[in-house]
Ligand binder design. Structure first.
Ligand SMILES: [Zn+2]
Ligand SMILES: [Zn+2]
Length: 137
């Protein structure tokens, strides 16, 4: 897409993995997928490439204050739902709110360049298992 970007094979693979899923995976998950294609890739290489992709604006890093970040192959602003029970991150299919950055800038005097919005609660699966506790097995 970006012209004249000389991507390494590793970086292209990591981007492909990330763009092919909507689970907002951790670096560790990406690493395990990448090893299926490049068996000698290291976790450090995965992190390095994720950082480069992030800096290039190709992906987003989602940090929810937990010990590890999750990554998103969609670099355009969109909203997320985080399940308090299972920790999974879902895309929320709603239009990005317009005008709130201008409003925040007007009220605060800051130069606002972006905003993030997250919803929290229980995902559909966890709602179900909370309603009727499943017997495992
Ligand atoms: Zn859940
Ligand atoms: Zn997302």
């Amino acid at each position: 897409m970006a012209k004249a970007t000389r991507m390494t094979r590793q970086r292209r693979l990591i981007l492909e993995i990330l763009r092919s899923t909507d689970i907002h995976p951790t670096a560790d998950w990406i690493y395990h997928q990448a090893r299926k294609h490049i068996p000698d890739i290291s976790l450090g290489t995965v992190y390095r490439n994720l950082n480069q992709l992030k800096q290039a604006g190709e992906i987003m890093e989602l940090n929810y204050g937990s010990t590890f970040s999750r990554y998103d192959g969609n670099p355009c602003n969109h909203y997320h739902f985080v399940c308090d029970a299972c920790g999974r991150v879902f895309d929320v299919e709603m239009p990005v709110l317009s005008g709130i950055e201008e409003e925040a800038a007007r009220l605060s005097g800051m130069k606002v360049t972006r905003h993030r919005l997250e919803f929290y609660g229980y995902c559909r699966e966890c709602q179900k298992s909370r309603e009727e506790p499943k017997t495992q097995g």
